[in-house]
Design a protein around this ligand. Structure first.
Ligand code: SF4
Length: 310
């Protein structure tokens, strides 16, 4: 029953995102009620003006959200994608990492999401912190790339075109968050990743020896109206994803929050704010944490000391 609820909530969100993006793309979803037909299940969607509306599930169309003339180097016009990570909820379940690895065909140590065990001082309680590319608004990695292989789209997503990447790793040196990985060896990926036409929209498909990889914010999923893999996979709703311009983010259970209020109420912040990189990932501090740390440590696999403050 719990699972059913979970799935239905998740569906709600997915449809909600579809609606928001569709409305922006100028597509109108009709909500007619047909006389003799059995009333279909209603779903709640968030409109682009932030209101919740009820729409028959049967009326929500499965369509591609790609704007006409969609360019993977430009992205979605009029969008600014953001993520919120709630540190009070992370139990180191690592489902985010597993789902990301699977969805992007990443193997070995090249995971794009790393979960660090953090402790501010000996007297404070430890907590877990997932990190990935922060999709900076002013990304130093982009500035230093000599061949324009890494770039920021107008919707804020920073991507890598591995057909351009020459493996100089300047971007890795420039990134203050250490979120990029290098393919030192021939990636062990199934044949399927080589069969489709290459697009920088789907980093890691394929990964190429001698090039750099990193979190791509899953534009290949957004375009289908889906949440990024990590958001959907997290059983603790640590992640919420959405559009800054719509002032809304939604977690994997389908709960939608007003972004500005969430950040104000929960003292949201960005990593290394003083550097001026202006990340698109916001963190909510681990206060009133809901985590049994000893229990969570059972899954702990590493990444301990990098961010630890003494
Ligand atoms: Fe670039 Fe690092 Fe910022 Fe990602 S986190 S956009 S790799 S500087």
């Amino acid at each position: 029953m719990k699972e059913d609820n979970q799935q239905s909530k998740r569906k709600f969100f997915e449809l909600g995102i579809k609606f928001g993006l569709l409305a922006t793309a100028g597509t109108v979803l009709a909500s007619k009620v047909f006389g003799d037909e059995k009333p279909s299940e209603m779903v709640e969607l968030m409109s682009t003006d932030g209101n919740l509306i009820q729409v028959p599930a049967s009326e929500v169309q499965e369509v591609s959200l790609k704007p006409k003339g969609y360019d993977p180097r430009v992205g979605f016009p009029g969008k600014k994608f953001v993520m919120v990570v709630d540190l009070a909820k992370c139990k180191n379940a690592l489902k985010c990492q597993t789902a990301c690895n699977k969805g992007h065909y990443i193997t070995g140590d090249n995971a794009w999401i790393k979960v660090y065990k953090m402790q501010e001082s000996e007297k404070t309680a430890p907590y877990f912190m997932p990190t990935q590319c922060q999709h900076c608004d002013k990304p130093p990695c982009v500035k230093v790339c000599p061949v324009d292989a890494t770039f920021k789209r107008q919707d804020g997503i920073v991507l890598i075109d591995n057909e351009r990447c020459i493996g100089c790793r300047f971007c890795m040196a420039a990134c203050p968050y250490g979120t990029r990985v290098f393919n030192w060896n021939e990636p062990d990926q199934p044949q399927i990743v080589h069969e489709e036409e290459y697009t920088p929209d789907h980093c890691g498909k394929p990964s190429v020896k001698g090039t750099v990889d990193k979190c791509d914010f899953c534009p290949h999923e957004i375009v289908k109206g889906e949440l990024p893999f990590c958001v959907k996979a997290c059983p603790n709703d640590v992640f919420a994803f959405g559009d800054m311009y719509e002032d809304a983010v939604t977690n994997g259970s389908g709960e939608t929050f007003k972004l500005s209020k969430l950040l104000t109420d929960r003292a949201g912040h960005r990593l290394l704010e003083g550097l001026g990189t202006e990340p698109s990932v916001f963190y909510l501090p681990p206060v009133d944490r809901l985590v049994d740390f000893e229990e969570s440590l059972k899954n702990f696999t590493g990444y301990e000391s990098v961010h630890k403050k003494e």
